[in-house]
Design a protein around this ligand. Structure first.
Ligand code: UDX
Length: 435
């Protein structure tokens, strides 16, 4: 079986390398020649653990190729669409131009009996529209939907060992083709769920909405803990022991960001309105507001320590990526907070182990440090905003000598409060009362 993967970003590059590692011939197609040139020589244009090793191995094996020419996929059996669906400017809805362009580009080359499989996160109803478009273009290929649930930072692991495979199909033959493509995973007992097209599309946005809700729930509890003098980290631990609740995704802090959760819940709201079911997802508006409020609460805590006027105050920001093990700064709460305190006149120094250069492209006016030590040097307050291992491993006694004042706010509730306090730091955490 020969597979093509259209779009070679976080999702597509990982999917292409992973499918090649399962033994298939794979071609990755992208309209960006720079990206393709890098991938051809085994270089990943972003940071994703384990991906580069896999990519090099598969390129060297000859199973994995990259091209900007869609016609190279002409006799392939399955075409996976893995392009982005970012939020539209000035609207909550997703921008579908890359998905539409991908379909139009592959349609003339997709042979009769081949399957075009959408993996991108899309508004429900997209697959049906794209099927119609395929027929209008005179294509004899079939369309299916197979949402992807990979997390950045664990992309390879999640692709090769997913916790389920969901396929939206309109025929048994389409399901059979997908079963062949995923046979090595099915042999490992990965649950397989066959659905219709709209359900398959909805599974993805429903899952991301649930995850976003879980995070905003605990961040709402953090607000209450702050008001009542409680500690949200203890609360989260205690409720998490109930298996019906579960302890994962209950880490209170500055909230969720990245290329998925924020834009997915917004696009879901926009689509529900088009469907005449606006009320059903009204709660997501509150989930979004709680999430954005967490960033503001962090800034309020900074002002509590440094005073209302931040002009000229030296602030060290640890972390710029939206989460650790990633260099992605899309809708990053950490970077947003750094930019907001800088806009208020503070002298902000940012350090992230992997995301400095992406952050600099977005906010060139911030100061970017080359090391934690340089970042902390002379700081009047330290903001811990992305919980990289290297930050969690900092020795509070050692780094105390670097700063002007030993003030730290843990925006991710990932540091050992007792250790920092006993080293003489004034320690605050979101949702944790400071006495
Ligand atoms: C998410 C989904 O998890 C994944 O299944 C989907 O395919 C794409 O979107 P990702 O964007 O990589 O994946 O990040 P995720 O690990 O879900 O974290 C999202 C954000 O939530 C991060 O900013 C993270 O810091 C934050 N988060 C996560 C919390 O604030 N608290 C938590 O308890 C968990």
């Amino acid at each position: 079986m020969k597979l093509s993967v259209i779009g070679t970003g976080y999702l597509g590059a990982t999917h292409a390398a992973a499918m090649a590692s399962l033994g298939f011939d794979v071609v990755g197609v992208d309209v960006d020649p720079k990206k393709i040139e890098l991938l051809k020589v085994g270089k990943v244009p972003f940071f994703e653990p384990d991906l580069e090793d896999l990519l090099i191995a598969e390129v060297n094996s000859g199973r994995l190729k990259f091209t900007t020419d869609f016609s190279e996929a002409k006799d392939y059996d399955v075409h996976f669409i893995c392009v982005g669906t970012p939020q539209q400017q000035g609207s909550l809805a997703a921008d579908m131009k890359y998905v539409d362009a991908a379909l139009d580009a592959i349609a003339p080359h997709a042979k009769t009996g081949s399957l075009i499989v959408g993996k991108s996160t899309v508004p429900v109803g997209t697959a049906e529209q794209l099927s119609k478009r395929l027929r209008e273009l005179g294509s004899k290929a079939e369309l299916a939907w197979n949402p992807e649930f990979l997390r950045e930072g664990f992309a390879v692991e999640d692709t090769l060992r997913p916790n389920r495979l969901v396929v939206g199909v309109t025929s048994d033959s389409a399901e059979e083709i997908l079963k062949r493509a995923y046979k090595p995973l099915l042999d490992n007992n990965v649950p397989w769920i066959r659905a219709d097209l709209p359900t398959a599309e909805l599974v993805k946005v429903a899952a991301n909405s649930f995850l976003a809700t879980k995070i905003s729930f605990i961040n709402a509890m953090a607000e209450i803990c702050e008001a009542a003098g409680g500690d949200v980290t203890v609360l989260a631990k205690a409720i998490g022991y109930d298996p019906r609740i579960g302890s994962r995704f209950l880490q209170a802090g500055i909230g969720f960001g990245g290329g998925c959760l924020p834009k997915d819940i917004r696009a879901f709201m926009a689509r529900s309105e088009e469907l005449g079911a606006k009320q059903s997802l009204e709660f997501l508006r509150e989930i979004d507001s709680i999430n954005l409020r967490a960033r503001q609460r962090m800034i309020d805590l900074v002002r509590l320590d440094l005073g209302a006027d931040l002009k000229g105050k030296r602030i060290a920001v640890l972390g710029a990526a939206f989460k650790p093990e990633s260099d992605d700064v899309r809708d990053s709460p950490a970077l947003d907070i750094a930019a907001q305190v800088a806009a208020a006149g503070a002298d902000v120094y940012v350090f992230d182990p992997k995301a400095n250069s992406n952050a600099k492209l977005r906010f060139p006016a911030l100061n970017y440090s080359h090391s934690v030590e340089e970042c902390l040097s002379g700081a009047e307050i330290v903001l811990h905003l992305t919980e990289w291992k290297e930050f969690r491993a900092l020795d509070p006694i050692k780094v105390k000598s670097l700063v002007a004042r030993p003030n730290i706010i843990d925006g991710r509730n990932a540091l050992d409060k007792a250790a920092w306090e006993s080293a003489g730091w004034h320690f605050r955490g979101l949702g944790r009362a400071t006495r």
